[in-house]
Design a binder for this molecule. Sequence first.
Ligand SMILES: [Zn+2]
Length: 761
Amino acid sequence: MPYTLEEEDQIIAAAAAASEMVEYESIGETVAGRPIWGVRVGSPPPPSVDSQVHVMLTGAQHGNESAGREALLQIIGLLGDGDPYWVSAFTGVQAIIVPTVNRDGVLRGERANGHGVDLNRNWWELSQPETRAVAQVLGSARPYVHVDAHESLNNIDINNHVEYRAPGNPQAYEGVVDESVTLRDRLIGNARDNGWSADVYLPGSLGGLTNLDSQMILRHSVSILIETNRNDGYAFEDRSTIQYESFQEVMEYVNDTVGGLPELRSAAETHVTLVGAAADEPFDIRSTVINPPPIAYQLVGDIPEFHLDVFNIDIGDNGVILMGQSSQPVIPFLFDTESNVQVGNGIRLFSLVDPDPGNTPEQFDDVIRGSHCFLLEARVITSYTTSDNPAGVDVPVISGDVTFDANNDVFGSLSLTTDGSNECNGCSEFPTRPDDLYSVYGHEIFLRRGVDLGEAGVLWSPLGYYRIETVEQAGHSNSVLTITGRDRMAGIIESRPLVPIEYEPGTRIGEIVNDLVRDVYPQATIIFGDPELPQQAIRRTVIAEDSRHDVLVEIAESNGQIIYWDGAGALRIEPPPDEDTPRVYLNTGSNGVLVDSSRRVTREGVYNAVVATGESTDTDLAPVLSIVYDAGENSPTRWGGPFGQVPRFYSSPLISTSGQARSAAESLLRNNLGAPYSVDFGTVPNPGLRPWDTVRIRQKDGNRELHTITSLNIPLTATGVMTGNTREKTPVNLHANSSLVPPRTSNDNGEIEVTDNGGEG
Ligand SMILES: [Zn+2]
């Protein structure tokens, strides 16, 4: 008969009292509140279960598989008796033995724990008190060798007394897998020598991902699963003898290899750290292969502190988990959205540093007012990159320009004229095959424009990545090529979902953006200017019906942000630049940069009120509404003034609070307000300027006006003039009020919230 729980308590307490090689402590409690014993063994025993050990032995995860537990308790008892064999086996070796992981199950003779959970399927989730207790010990003890004792009814060959598994995993370090196989084969040989029929457990199988032994191989432990046969005809006494003899062989292996174990561990940790940092090998999480692999994960939402702790995962302040660390093999399992054992929401990152957006317009402004030397580089890029200075094929530029327009869905577009023949071999560059340089099947042209400061270096501004869209050649086969391209948003717009993509309430903004963008560009770098935004959960269902771009724009707009692909090829969702502070002065005269300007007044695109509502058909969430209008007494566009009443209506399921409604309304109004008065200008090119930047323009009549750039055209030649379009900004006084509009009977049910200054913000 197996030892009772009381006998277990007595054996352990007696051994600890009798032998200096045995100490014990409770490492946690079962569902029913019983202590789980962690027995420290060695000479001296490890000072606590928090110290690193050579070997850890666990038994009875399944309460009806007691033979291993029996053997472990016998060994502890013999150590207490000063048995020379076991005293010698644990001399110079430190070990932790948890003879009974599932004490409640043992008491009832059942497989599962007190919650009815199979503990050996719970090693990623760690939702049970028993697995949490043992995981905590594993995380700090980090045993070089781990052996888990079970018994089998159905999966074992009915003719075998015992079977052993050395688990595998595509992501496990090869040296540790090989060493586990070595130990497994020693155990099989030893059992056979002792007269038992023994073999490999479930040959050909890597082992269940959720099993403890399988996880330990990912954590660089030489790992073994023992399964004795508990079918009819296999006596409990024989089974516990086989387990006992197995532990003898395990300890002989540990004593034989003890000097090499730390070296193996450190080789494994070094290897996976380098592989993770290089991010150039596909990562197999068994449910899918992640290729390319991320260089890091950005955690979105709750940080699973306990899991980070027990899996020894380092995390940065900003919730970024680098793959270049010794826990690399478990990270995607825990955090990738494609993982079957995910415990936290991680967004794949393919670039760690925000790419340099280049020098600022202020920096350029200092040097372009005098004579200066202009530089331009154009490169064809054949594989996806995010960088302000990517590797590629440099190509000559005869003429062309880059246009940025804040009002276009695709922010940046390119027109470029280049040589029609290769300067080395004279062959025509007109693309006829998919892998030709100017192929329209995905190749991009990267551009940057700079000013040479001589000894002081070069000021650069990356102008972006433009997918080649059309290539034209007039005349003979060597005449110039004219190429047009659009930035990466074009790919997002084109890639319309074949079926609607639906996001349920509770989904975080970061996950939605990640999903919509990385489906098109798996390696995209996404930068949120407001770190809170990706954490925000939506409260109504959001559906990308036939356009992923529409949803992305709505996410930006409803949060008062702008969205665009920047010069270094990263997607940015960020608040617009400060509109009250001019970045540079555009003026005429000596040292002036303004070459020419013309003015235009138009009412086009100007509103003086915005009604923002949050509603959708599918939730119980009450609709919210905010009305914001121009209330400036002296504003020419004031509501009810001479400009009239020109409201814009904006509705989005992404707006769920009245505070959000108000913020969306305000930012939309700010972007469409101001004197309906625009300037076309031509200036010495300042490569750092972009739409949404505010500039101060001094007109010929001496008037100084604050303008926001709406579009820009940057020439790709030294003599070209930069042209653009602005809208004048006058400081506006926005107010939210309901009295401007008559009550809307359809929605006037008391649930509409019209914010004013005292409202929720
Ligand atoms: Zn089992």
